[in-house]
Design a protein around this ligand. Structure first.
Ligand code: NAP
Length: 495
């Protein structure tokens, strides 16, 4: 139950939308049902948005199909111009978008500002990149034939996004898809639809044609119906998903029936390795940023911190001292560094991981439980000597909890790091060039942060190996997931 309703004071109040956006129209659910979007810091009601299902999703897909031919046939520069206007509008309204993001997701306002800039950057990057999608001519082995290779948008796509980066995950999918000429039906997460709807409002203002990007909203109960329509409707040629492994695997199974193309950005279990030769100041700063950003609710957070024998104690002492300084609070308070967890379920999982690690012999050095602010606020926590069998060593914790493990040599660190079905991001700190090459070559991950704890940027390919996913988002490689290659064999050319 809502305790009270927050007045969301945006400079541009029309960015707070309580309807979904289908085929260029703002609309309610067919049966008029809605669900509540609440501030995780206070449980206050921010807005209600439509609970949609199969019918609305199907209409959005039909609208995307209707919009496809015209959007596809526009020159890339024309599509890029619309996307550039979307990007400019996002930056112009950055304060409002950041505030909305913090209110529905909980992260500190400064992090929301960073996310809005990151989200807007994909629109610019991919708008420009789409101008440079080249085909090929292949020397023909036959005198009377020519061989050409051309590139084409995949078609109508479905996008499904999580709550932890409610703006960036939207544009990281929609921007490459739209830039190359695809159209998209997007379903944001139950907890954070408002950021996606605000982006849709700006897309409309930027002149994006109706149907090119629709946003269908629904709560957790509606998600399976919306997802099943997206995966079973033959008009949809591809699904781009960011979220949990469980749902990603389910969608992949569903897509198998029609051999539908999938891109999956799933969970991680990032090792963060600090070798004896690391610059400890840098390593501590990088680990604090990487671990506690977004209250530890990132797929690339340092989930297993591994410290080598020689620096272990000093690293632990300095890291714990820095973590103790982090201010826990509501995201809109300027001093806040760690906001609330997204919901009670997340809070319970984090609590369970801490209890399990302690039962298995970990030493609790900081925090360890609920923060005095109540609700889903969890105290920044540091545990040393965490067992490699502990839940927090095997699964994503998704909270402000750092588990440290001590190791002996390079080989052991690599073995521990790779001992997981995940393969998204890994980090290590070393000043030895030989070690940097050796370790980089042996870590089985899609992204390596070497002497840095911050790796997200639109110009680089983001994505995982093993069970962390399929495909890459961002960079020149990010367009590949949304285009098809066509081979033209041209005969009858007599010399
Ligand atoms: P989630 O529970 O898998 O939800 C993700 C999205 O899938 C939400 O929109 C959700 O809708 C929807 N969904 C749930 N069940 C569905 C179904 N049966 N069919 C279709 N859609 C369905 O994940 P989350 O808890 O929001 O996000 C956290 C996870 O995302 C973590 O594992 C994190 O590591 C991962 N993540 C990965 C990356 C990356 O780039 N690799 C980036 C960010 C996050 P509802 O919200 O309505 O249930």
């Amino acid at each position: 139950m809502a305790l009270e309703t927050t007045t969301v004071a945006l400079a541009d109040g029309s960015l707070l939308r309580d309807q979904a956006f289908i085929g260029g129209r703002w609309c309610d659910a067919d049966d008029g049902r809605t669900f509540a979007v609440r501030n995780p810091a206070s449980d206050e009601l921010l807005a209600t948005v439509p609970r949609m299902g199969v019918g609305e999703t199907r209409r959005a897909i039909d609208a995307a199909a209707d919009a496809f031919a015209d959007w596809r046939d526009r020159p890339a520069a024309e599509r890029a111009a619309v996307m550039r206007r979307m990007r400019d509008l996002m930056l112009e309204h950055r304060d409002d978008l950041a505030l909305l993001l913090t209110l529905e997701q909980g992260k500190p306002l400064a992090e929301s500002h960073t996310e809005i800039a990151y989200a807007a950057a994909f629109l610019e990057w991919f708008g420009e990149e789409a101008k440079r999608i080249y085909g090929d001519t292949i020397p023909s082995p036959h005198r009377d034939k020519r061989i050409l290779v051309t590139k084409h948008p995949v078609g109508v796509c479905g996008g499904i996004t999580p709550w932890n980066f409610p703006s960036a995950m939207v544009t990281r999918k929609a921007a490459p898809a739209l830039a190359v000429g695809c159209t998209m039906v997007l379903k944001p997460a139950e907890q954070t639809p408002l950021s996606a709807l605000a982006i849709a409002a700006l897309a409309e203002r930027a002149g994006l044609p109706p149907g090119v990007l629709s946003v269908v909203t629904g709560d957790a109960e509606d998600a399976p119906a919306i997802g099943t329509e997206m995966t079973s409707n033959p008009i949809v040629r591809k699904i781009g998903f960011t979220g949990s492994n469980e749902v990603g695997k389910l969608l992949m199974h569903q897509c198998a029936d029609q051999v539908k193309n999938v891109s999956l950005e799933l969970g991680g279990n990032a090792p963060f390795i600090v070798f004896d030769d690391a610059d400890l100041d840098e390593a501590v700063a990088g680990a604090v940023l990487c671990k506690f950003r977004n209250s530890g609710q990132t797929c690339i957070t340092a989930n297993r911190i591994l410290a080598q024998d020689g620096i272990h104690q000093e690293f632990v002492d300095r890291f714990t001292a820095q973590a103790a300084k982090l201010v826990v609070g509501v995201g809109v308070e300027p001093a806040t560094k760690v906001g609330p967890l997204i919901d009670q379920q997340a809070f319970e999982k984090v609590s369970r991981h801490v209890a399990d690690a302690c039962e298995r012999g970990a030493q609790l050095l900081l925090g360890g439980g609920p923060h005095e602010r109540g609700g889903t606020f969890f105290s920044p926590t540091v545990l040393d000597r965490v067992s490699l069998e502990a839940d927090m060593s095997r699964e994503e914790t998704f909270g402000p909890v750092a588990g440290i493990h001590r190791f002996g040599d390079e080989r052991e660190a690599i073995e521990i790091a790779n001992d997981t079905p995940y393969g998204l991001a890994a980090y290590f700190y070393s000043r030895d060039v030989g070690r940097i090459f050796r370790v980089s070559e042996h870590l089985e991950y899609g992204i390596l942060g070497i002497n840095t704890g911050f790796i997200s940027v639109e110009v680089a390919p983001f994505g995982g190996v093993k069970e962390s996913g399929i495909g890459r988002e961002g960079s020149k490689y990010g367009v590949d997931d949304w285009i098809e290659t066509r081979y033209l064999s041209l005969g009858g050319i007599d010399n």
